[in-house]
Design a protein. Structure first.
Length: 121
C-alpha cells in the first residue's frame, strides 16, 4: 500500500489517502532529502541534512558536496526502490536556495524518472 505524503485522510473513503507507486517513490525521495538527521525520534540517523548546506557560499565545492550528500543518502535509504543515475545541483535564480535534479531508475518498473527538489533557506 502506498500512502500519500503528507499523511492525510481521503474525504470520500475516510481512510488513509493513497497514491500511485511512482508518485510514492518521488515522495520518499523528498522525505529523505528534506528531513534533517535527528528530526525523527525513532530513526535519528534518517535524512540528508541539506538545509545545513544552504548557508555556505555557493561555489563548485558546495555543488560537489551537495551531490555527494544526496547520492549517499538516497543510496542508503532508497537502494531497493531506485538506482540513482545522476544528481545535478544549481542555485535558484533568486539565490534563496538550491535546485536539486535527480535522475533515477525506478527498479520495479525499470523506468527512468527525473524529479527536482527545491531546498529553500
Amino acid at each position: 500500500m502506498n500512502y500519500a505524503f503528507p499523511f492525510r485522510l481521503d474525504p470520500s473513503s475516510a481512510q488513509a489517502a493513497q497514491t500511485g507507486y511512482e508518485r510514492h517513490v518521488e515522495q520518499m525521495i523528498r522525505q529523505v532529502l528534506l528531513t534533517a538527521p535527528g528530526e525523527r525520534v525513532n530513526r535519528p540517523e534518517f535524512g540528508c541534512g541539506l538545509r545545513q548546506l544552504l548557508f555556505a557560499p555557493h561555489r563548485e565545492a558546495l555543488d560537489a558536496t551537495t551531490k555527494l550528500v544526496v547520492l549517499q543518502s538516497l543510496n542508503r535509504w532508497l537502494a531497493g526502490p531506485i538506482q540513482v543515475r545522476e544528481v545535478k545541483v544549481s542555485p535558484q535564480q533568486d539565490g534563496a536556495g538550491l535546485l536539486i535534479q535527480i535522475d533515477y531508475l525506478l527498479v520495479e518498473t525499470q523506468t527512468n524518472k527525473r524529479t527536482t527538489v527545491r531546498v529553500l533557506g
